[in-house]
Design a protein around this ligand. Sequence first.
Ligand code: COA
Length: 154
Amino acid sequence: MSEIVLCKPTLHDVREMQDLVRPYVDEGIILLRKDEEVANTIRSYTIAKENGEIVGFAALYIYSPQLGEIRSLVVGKNHQRKGIGKKVVGALLDEGRGYGLKRVLSLTFETAFFLSLGFHEISKEEIPEHKVWEDCIRCKLFPVCNESALIIDL
Ligand SMILES: CC(C)(COP(=O)(O)OP(=O)(O)OC[C@H]1O[C@@H](n2cnc3c(N)ncnc32)[C@H](O)[C@@H]1OP(=O)(O)O)[C@@H](O)C(=O)NCCC(=O)NCCS
């Protein structure tokens, strides 16, 4: 396996990021975000590259001075189970610590993955209302959603 390099994306990466996430958007696993929205929030992403190709990424969204969320986590289908997702989330948690965040949330079908990183499950009632109205309402699965809510203290 070649070396995995983590870095912040530039706007030139938006197209390749959208190509990587598209299969998961089509499956309803990840929320569709338009190019403009990815560009607006480009500073919140960390990408993983292997031989110059983007093989995974995620974003750290900040809700409040205490709470953040891991969003749009994706690793290419041919690159999974090689530790890339763990590296990307680890880098974003470090970034959150650097900003002074206290907790980071994830809403996900990948419970085992987040548990392995030290997250623990919480009840859906603990999810910020803001999230429900801004994101959940745009989701194909709303309002019948089987995602789990997980959180980690930093
Ligand atoms: C979830 C996802 C990002 C994980 O990325 P990854 O690079 O494959 O994960 P890693 O290799 O870093 O896995 C770290 C650990 O998580 C656990 N894990 C990862 N995927 C798992 C799975 N499908 N089932 C059970 N455990 C899993 C394992 O403990 C793994 O460690 P190990 O395999 O070395 O024992 C990837 O599967 C993905 O892109 N899925 C589709 C999109 C998605 O669901 N995103 C989450 C939205 S919040």
